[in-house]
Design a binder for this molecule. Structure first.
Ligand code: UN1
Length: 507
C-alpha cells in the first residue's frame, strides 16, 4: 500500500476513533504529549494530556474522600452502580469493541468477547454483592461467638496492560466497587482512549443511579504516573497487570509501605499433547491459543509439549492450519490474526526467532512480516518452531505469536517441562486418558490447568492468576473478592463471665 493511501486510511481511523468516543459520551481530551495510536496502520488517533504527579495525588485524594461515604452504602445498593454500568456496556458494546480493535488491534469477535467479559464480570459482581459473607466458628468459651466479617479496604489502584485494555479493568473495578472500595485506574499508555470511554461510561452510570462519580478516577500517562500510585500509602491495594519486570519493581515498593499487591504478570503457557489426544480438537484449541490475539494474551500458548509418537503428524497438521490463517486488518471480516502492538513487539519476536535458530531450532512456518497497511504497522505470520530442548530462550516469555514445539516420551517428563519455566499462569493437556489428566491437574504448578482445551480464554467465574513469576494474584471470579476487602475476626461475649482463651486464669 502506498504511503498516501495509508496516511488517508490512518486519518479515517482517527476520525472514527473520535466519532466512537463521541457516541460513547466522552469529552474529547485536550491535546497533549500522550499520542494514542492504532496498531492497525501505526497512525496517530488522538493526542492526550498526561497527568502530573500533583494531579495523580489529587485523584487519589478524591478517591480517598469518596471512599469514606461509599464504604457506608450497603453492598447490594453499591451493586446498582455496577448494574447500570453493565446495561451501558450492553447498549454500547459494538462501539466499545470497535475502539478496542482500533487501539489494541484485536479482531472484531475477540474485541466483542472482551466487552462480553466485562458484562459477565459485572453480573458476577452484582450477585456477589449479596454474598460477601464471613464464617462463624465455634468458640472455645461458653457464651461467646467467634466470627469473621469483611469490610471495604480503601482505594484500589488498578494498573492495566494494553492487551486486555478493558476486561481486566472491569474484573478489578466491578468487584472493588461492590466491595465498597474506590478505584484509581492507570491504563496502559498504549490504550488511553478505551480507558477514557470506560471511565466515561462508569461516571455516567454513577450519575444515573445517584452514586458519587468520584468513586472512579482515571489517570493517564506512562510508568512515572503509575509509580505515584505505587508509592502512595492511601492506595490500600495495588492491582497490577503487566510484565514480570514491572511487578518486580512495584511489589517491593508496595510491600515496603505494607500495602497489598495483586499481581498478574507474565505467562509462558504450555499444552501437553498425549498420544491418546483427539488431534482434531487439539489442533483447534492450539491454534486459537497460540495464534489468537496475535499471541498477545498473557494466557497465549507459547510451548507445545508433544508425545514423540505423534509429533510429526501434529506439527504437519498445525502447519497446514497456520498456512490458512488470514492475517490482516482486524476490522475486516474473516481476519483471524491482527497486528502486533508496535515495532518493539515485532523486534522482540524477530530476536526470539533468530535466537531459536541459533539454539538449534527449526522454523516450521511463519515468523515473516506481512505488509498489510504500510511500514508503520507490524503484521506477522504466527510462527511454529521445533526446538531440540527447553532452552533459556524458550523459558522466557516473548509477547508475540511464536509456538515452540518440544517432544516427550513419559508423562512425568512432559509435566516437568510444563513446570520448568519461571512463570506459572496457564497450562493444559490434551488427552483422553483420565489417569494422565488427573496426574497433570495435580502436578501442573500453574494457577490455571485445563484438560482438552487450550491455555487461553478463561471464563470470569473462576479465579484468574498464577504462581511463581506470574505474581500469585487472583482476580475476577470465585473468592478473589477477598483481596479487595479486609477481614476482621470478632469475638462477642454474651455471657456474664469473662473466661479467657487457652484456659488462662488471671488474678
Ligand atoms: C490477559 O491476557 O491479561 O483467559 C487476560 C483469557 C482472557 C483473559 C486474558 N479471559 O485469555
Amino acid at each position: 500500500m502506498t504511503q498516501t493511501v495509508t496516511e488517508n486510511f490512518s486519518e479515517q481511523l482517527a476520525l472514527r476513533a473520535g466519532a466512537l468516543l463521541h457516541s460513547l459520551g466522552a469529552t474529547l481530551p485536550d491535546p497533549g504529549p500522550l499520542v494514542a495510536r492504532t496498531p492497525i496502520s501505526g497512525g496517530a488517533l488522538l493526542p492526550l494530556t498526561v497527568d502530573t504527579p500533583a494531579e495523580v495525588d489529587a485523584a487519589i485524594g478524591r478517591a480517598a474522600t469518596a471512599f469514606e461515604s461509599w464504604r457506608t452504602v450497603p453492598a447490594p445498593v453499591r451493586a446498582g452502580l455496577v448494574r447500570r454500568l453493565a446495561q451501558l456496556l450492553v447498549t454500547h458494546s459494538d462501539e466499545l469493541a470497535e475502539l478496542v480493535s482500533l487501539e489494541a488491534g484485536k479482531i472484531g469477535p475477540e474485541a466483542l468477547g472482551e466487552v462480553q467479559e466485562m458484562i459477565d464480570v459485572c453480573e458476577f459482581a452484582i450477585g456477589l454483592s449479596r454474598q460477601l459473607y464471613g464464617a462463624t466458628m465455634p468458640s472455645e468459651r461458653p457464651g461467646h461467638r467467634l466470627m469473621e466479617t469483611w469490610h471495604p479496604l480503601g482505594v484500589v489502584g488498578v494498573i492495566s496492560a494494553f492487551n486486555f485494555p478493558v476486561a481486566v479493568w472491569a474484573w478489578n473495578t466491578a468487584i472493588a466497587l461492590v466491595c465498597g472500595d474506590t478505584v484509581v485506574w492507570k491504563p496502559s499508555e498504549t490504550t488511553p482512549l478505551t480507558a477514557l470511554a470506560c471511565h466515561t461510561l462508569l461516571r455516567r452510570a454513577a450519575a444515573e443511579v445517584g452514586a458519587d462519580p468520584e468513586v472512579h478516577q482515571l489517570i493517564q500517562g506512562d510508568g512515572s504516573v503509575g509509580s505515584v500510585l505505587v508509592d502512595d500509602p492511601r492506595v490500600a491495594l495495588l492491582s497490577a497487570t503487566g510484565s514480570v519486570r514491572m511487578g518486580a519493581t512495584v511489589a517491593p515498593k508496595v510491600a515496603a509501605r505494607f500495602g497489598r499487591c495483586l499481581l498478574e504478570l507474565g505467562g509462558n503457557n504450555a499444552a501437553i499433547v498425549a498420544p491418546s489426544a483427539d488431534l482434531e480438537l487439539a489442533v483447534r484449541g492450539i491454534v486459537f491459543s497460540a495464534a489468537g490475539t496475535a499471541g498477545q494474551r498473557c494466557t497465549s500458548l507459547r510451548r507445545l509439549i508433544v508425545h514423540s509418537s505423534i509429533a510429526d503428524q501434529l506439527v504437519d497438521r498445525l502447519a497446514a492450519a497456520y498456512g490458512q490463517l488470514p492475517v490482516g486488518n482486524p476490522l475486516d471480516d474473516g481476519v483471524l490474526v491482527g497486528p502486533l502492538i508496535n515495532e518493539r513487539a515485532f523486534t522482540a519476536m524477530q530476536d526470539a526467532l533468530s535466537g531459536a535458530v541459533a539454539q538449534g531450532g527449526e522454523i516450521v512456518c511463519g515468523g515473516e512480516r506481512v505488509d498489510v497497511l504500510g511500514p508503520e504497522s507490524y503484521y506477522v505470520r504466527p510462527a511454529l518452531v521445533r526446538m531440540p530442548a527447553q532452552t533459556e530462550l524458550v523459558r522466557e516469555e516473548t509477547f508475540a505469536p511464536i509456538l515452540y514445539v518440544l517432544t516427550y516420551d513419559e508423562i512425568d517428563e512432559a509435566i516437568a517441562l510444563n513446570n520448568g519455566v519461571p512463570q506459572g499462569l496457564s497450562s493444559s493437556i490434551f488427552t483422553l486418558d483420565q489417569r494422565e489428566a488427573e496426574q497433570f491437574l495435580t502436578h501442573s504448578d500453574c494457577g490455571i490447568a485445563n484438560v482438552n482445551i487450550g491455555t487461553s480464554g478463561a471464563e470470569i467465574g473462576g479465579a484468574f492468576g498464577g504462581e511463581k513469576n506470574t505474581g500469585g494474584g487472583r482476580e475476577s471470579g470465585s473468592d478473589s473478592w477477598k483481596a479487595y476487602m479486609r477481614r476482621a475476626t470478632n469475638t462477642i461475649n454474651y455471657s456474664t463471665e469473662l473466661p479467657l482463651a487457652q484456659g488462662i486464669h488471671f488474678g
